[in-house]
Design a protein around this ligand. Structure first.
Ligand code: SF4
Length: 398
């Protein structure tokens, strides 16, 4: 059977994606992106405003030309990698929602039409997760004394949303932590007041530290309101990988949210794990935890590519093997599509492992960089990685 990637290549080509033709997206520090997964395009969004450069910037024209011609677009390397590893990617996921006629029209006319906005309101965040950086978390910028500091795009973004959101059907925001941003609630109110909400599928990716039950009546006004809660561990290692978050507190919030959301038919809860070198052993544990919430069917797993020293393929082979056994037992016990997705994800991890182990010198460099980071965190956070990641000691090239 063909993979989603092979189907896309057969129908269109290896690089076409609809996002640069339909979506405005920016990073938390205000760089133009093609979507939430792409590399920045190399321009700031205030140029002079988010729509002007989306429609008219020569760099965007060139990216679209390449996509129509099937030429590689360097900003999209993560989708390419992911398709090579598993036959699936953010691109294949997005493209399944579009009709062929719609895409054919783009190929015939080069039409650019704004249908979705994926905007971040800045870098304010109350967590400093191990795979994140100063460009996405103000707490990390503070800890690392990084010159980025705190980027606040609240007023600018809200103004742009008010100007350009008429007619959009998708809206997404992530962090920083969106629920800490003043523009977040105002955006919801604006969409409801203008009567746009009923046509919009709204997605929020939250770090899960905020109980937003009071916003649920507003969220329920949307056509669909998806909220994905980041959860990268299901036991005490959460306290290390999502510092200074605490698993005990997160559990209480999850319970309240799940209970309170039951009365709202348009709110859809999801959980997302970002898997890296320090939490590979959590993949099935998280699924089991979500089962206790009645939510294991709402679990998405992603893999860290950047920073390089956080790639999950740096783990010893034994860790991958143990994870696979655990995933097979989990699937055997109660077969289901979502458990099968865990097994599919393990294939992606194996691909990453093989790639890393082809270059032992580079692997050693990455592990050394990881060690420097964990020493830094120990000094700053007073937490020792060895107390939270059982296989850390075995992470050696020799
Ligand atoms: S190919 Fe991937 S990275 Fe590029 S715009 Fe599409 S979804 Fe985003």
């Amino acid at each position: 059977m063909s993979t989603p990637s092979e189907n896309l290549i057969k129908t269109y080509n290896k690089s076409f994606c609809i996002k640069p033709f339909t979506e405005i997206s920016n990073s938390a520090i205000g760089e133009r992106m093609l979507c939430c997964q792409s590399e920045p395009v190399g321009m700031k969004i205030k140029n002079p405003d988010i729509a002007e450069d989306f429609f008219n910037n020569p760099a965007m024209h060139e990216i679209r030309r390449k996509m129509l011609a099937g030429e590689e677009v360097k900003q999209c390397w993560q989708c390419k990698e992911s398709e090579m590893a598993s036959g699936k990617s953010h691109r294949t996921f997005i493209m399944q929602d579009f009709e062929k006629e719609e895409v054919d029209e783009i190929f015939e006319t080069g039409k650019v039409e704004l249908k979705s906005i994926d905007i971040r309101f800045g870098t304010k965040c109350n967590l400093a997760c191990v795979m994140c950086g100063p460009g996405s978390s103000s707490l990390i910028a503070k800890e690392e004394d990084d010159e980025i500091g705190l980027i606040d795009l609240n007023d600018f973004s809200l103004d742009q949303i008010k100007k350009y959101s008429e007619g959009i059907v998708l809206f997404k925001t992530t962090g920083g932590e969106p629920m800490l941003m003043s523009a977040y609630k105002k955006t919801l109110e604006f969409f409801v007041e203008k009567d746009f909400a009923k046509n919009i599928e709204f997605t929020t990716i939250t770090n899960g530290t905020i109980d937003y039950s009071d916003l649920m009546p507003l969220m329920n006004e949307f056509k669909l309101f998806k909220i994905s809660h980041s959860i990268d561990a299901a036991d005490e290692s959460y306290n290390y990988v999502r510092w200074p978050g605490k698993m005990s507190r997160i559990k209480r919030i999850h319970k309240r949210i799940v209970e309170n959301a039951k009365q709202y038919k348009n709110i859809k809860l999801e959980w997302g794990a970002t898997i890296h070198v320090l939490n590979v052993n959590q993949v099935v544990k998280i699924s089991k935890y979500l089962q206790t919430l009645g939510m294991h069917n709402a679990y998405n797993i992603d893999m860290v590519q950047i920073p390089n020293y956080m790639q999950p393929g740096l783990v010893p082979k034994q860790v991958l093997d143990e994870l696979e056994v655990e995933a097979l037992q989990w699937q055997d016990w109660q077969p289901g599509l979502y458990r099968q997705e865990i097994l599919d994800f393990i294939e992606t991890l194996k691909y990453n492992y093989t790639k890393i182990n082809k270059d032992p010198n580079n692997k050693k460099v990455l592990l050394d960089e990881l060690e420097v980071k964990t020493i830094f965190w120990k000094a700053k956070r007073n937490l020792d990685v060895r107390d939270y990641v059982p296989y850390y000691k075995a992470l050696k090239t020799k």
